[in-house]
Ligand binder design. Structure first.
Ligand SMILES: [Zn+2]
Length: 608
């Protein structure tokens, strides 16, 4: 080897050394454009010039001030109408009220129809073309007149009956036609056994055949009856949204229109060793299983079903609740965050935070025994742990803004909530659970933008094989807000609850669930948690008015920054859409997407 070659070889070795040093300090992360700073443009802030002269859709609500379920029903109806930017007036059942014929709908939030002082006015309003919906089963505490029962399409009201499961015969609740929710944990409610008139139109019944939802023409108008009971949970929202959307011809309401998918505990340290269950089925160690089987399959699902993942990072699985908090020794955990994290981002996903460890940020009294968790003694400890997590992730992703936090096991105390915001000021989104039992002590949220500009964006369903109540919750919330929000864990196959399921079963379960969702609601835009906030902003901020004529449906909308979505229910057939797109997404339901400030649906056969 001559002298020149030796010098070249030396230089090559030196370069190679630099290269390895650079990769070791994760230098390539700094080179990659892992940035996520977007400021949505807001436009169209000025209201439509004729907004003052065109009234909002108006509803009249009757409720029973002495009955708790009726007060829930009233509250939920008022909340939904407010969200939909509609106006309403509410009257206690003993109060006589005028019902002008241009009222969009009458909402009877009580089954005590014999005690509703304005029942004669309601009947005459419906007879002349109005719509009235009953949100609770008929309650014959005071005798209900023959005329009222006839108008409702009821021949006879019998005893209380518990209704389990629900079977939809029609698309009354959008996307549920021919669907039955009766396996596993199911929807149940108190109903009345009823005999319906021959000309009543049954929309849904319980698994054992109790009529649960029906319509009945009365004069030139319509009654719709929900034969259940209102509660303080959120499982009735789909019925309520569908009932309100059946009020009057050519009804409309805005929806957010997004699909969210969270992966909790990902990236996170991989449990070491072989879990016999996975090894026996796949022949892979846990680490290999994640790498060769689970993650490629998840990435494939993202492409196939149009999903953007929001992954939530865990630093360690220790149970430390007092500082100082340190990074795990070795590179394994850190490599997971770097390698899986980058692949997740490359697939259009987002990285958020789950915890320094998996100990829910809560003092004693939050079901710690059940989860095998250690309660935290102070908010300062929680802050310190979150600061260590933030140091850890910022070291790996220095130019990336972490905006989402998901509490471990969906449990978060007020102290924990504060601690997260104190330790990581860039957190803008808290994502826990939408609904569940109070005994679970979970952090339940409504979709909401807080005064400080942060968001509550909860998850509705979870797991690889969602049961009947979850599958109903999907339909219910999509009818209400147009939001699908699901989460899974990478390690669910190791859970006790999954003992009776193989990995193949779990794969099939999630594939079926996503196929079902995608078939019934293909119009939801895939977003990460951060991306969803622009859609929620538009939903919260937009205002609109409609002008209905036999020929056309004119829509004026303002205060939105991007494309907004509305569901329009009509018995007319669309000829064409102007300045918007309108696609048929259910029986008689159009999804309208518009970006500008006005749009039009032109009906077929108008004027013929
Ligand atoms: Zn978790």
């Amino acid at each position: 080897m001559n002298k020149r070659n030796i010098v070249l070889l030396f230089l090559f070795a030196a370069l190679l050394g630099c290269f390895f040093q650079y990769t070791r300090i994760d230098g390539f992360l700094h080179l990659g454009a892992v940035k996520n700073l977007v400021a949505p443009q807001r436009a169209g802030l000025a209201p439509w010039q004729d907004a003052e002269t065109v009234a909002r859709d108006h509803y009249v609500i009757f409720y029973d001030p002495e009955d708790v379920p009726s007060m829930y029903a009233r509250h939920n109806a008022e909340k939904m109408l407010t969200e939909q930017k509609k106006s309403f007036e509410s009257h206690p059942l003993h109060e006589a009220a005028e019902i002008p014929q241009d009222t969009r709908g009458v909402i009877l939030a009580t089954g005590r129809l014999g005690a509703v002082a304005s029942m004669a006015s309601v009947l005459s309003y419906v007879e002349q073309g109005g719509t009235a919906v009953l949100l609770a089963h008929p309650d014959p505490r005071e005798p209900i007149s023959e005329e009222t029962l006839t108008a409702l399409g009821v021949q006879d009201v019998g005893d209380d009956v518990e209704a389990f499961g629900i079977h939809f015969l029609t698309d009354f609740v959008l996307g549920t036609k021919d669907e039955t929710f009766e396996k596993g944990t199911i929807y149940s409610t108190m109903a009345k056994s009823v005999v319906l008139a021959d000309d009543a139109e049954l929309e849904a019944e319980s698994a054992s055949g109790v009529p649960m939802l029906w319509g009945h023409a009365y004069g030139s108008g319509h009654f719709y009856v929900y034969n259940g009971t209102e509660r303080d949970d959120k499982t009735n929202e789909g019925f309520l949204a569908a009932l309100i959307s059946h009020c009057g011809e050519d009804s409309i309401y805005p929806v957010v229109g997004v699909r969210l998918f969270f992966i909790d505990d990902f990236p996170a340290p991989t449990p070491e060793g072989d879990f016999s269950k996975i090894y026996n089925e796949t022949g892979l160690s846990t680490a290999e299983f994640y790498k060769q089987e689970w993650w490629p399959w998840m990435l494939d699902n993202a492409k196939r079903f149009g999903i953007k993942y929001t992954g939530l990072i865990i630093e360690t699985y220790g149970d430390q609740v007092h500082g100082p908090f340190h990074e795990l020794p070795g590179r394994a955990a850190r490599d997971n965050v770097v390698i899986y994290g980058r692949e997740l981002l490359k697939a259009g996903g987002e990285l958020g935070l789950h915890g320094y460890n998996h100990q829910s940020l809560a003092p004693e009294g939050y079901n710690q025994d059940e989860h095998g968790y250690v309660p935290w003694d102070s908010e300062d400890d929680m802050v310190e742990a979150m600061q260590e997590l933030y140091r850890y992730v910022k070291n790996l992703y220095p130019d990336y803004e972490f905006r989402v936090y998901v509490p471990p096991s969906d449990i978060l105390s007020p102290e924990g909530y504060d601690a997260v915001k104190k330790a990581v000021p860039t957190i803008k989104i808290m994502s826990s659970l939408y609904d569940g039992l109070p005994s679970a002590k979970a952090f339940y949220q409504d979709y909401k933008r807080n005064d400080d500009g942060s968001y509550e964006i909860p998850r509705v369903t979870s797991g690889y094989v969602p049961d009947a109540i979850m599958r109903w919750s999907v339909c219910s919330l999509i009818n209400h807000l147009g939001v699908f929000s699901h989460f899974v864990h990478p390690d669910e196959m190791f859970y006790e609850e999954s003992a009776d399921k193989s990995w193949a079963d779990m794969k099939e379960g999630l594939t079926d669930f996503l196929t079902e969702m995608d078939t019934r609601y293909p119009w939801l835009t895939p977003v990460t948690a951060s991306e969803s906030t622009a859609y929620f902003d538009d939903y919260f901020d937009l205002d609109y008015r409609v002008v209905r004529t036999p020929e056309a449906f004119e829509l004026h909308c303002w205060n939105h920054g991007g494309e907004v979505k509305f569901l329009v229910r009509s018995e007319k057939t669309l000829d064409h859409a102007e300045d918007c797109t309108a696609e048929l997404v259910g029986d008689g339901v159009y999804l309208v997407r518009m970006k500008g400030d006005s749009a039009k649906l032109i009906w077929k056969g108008a004027g013929e």
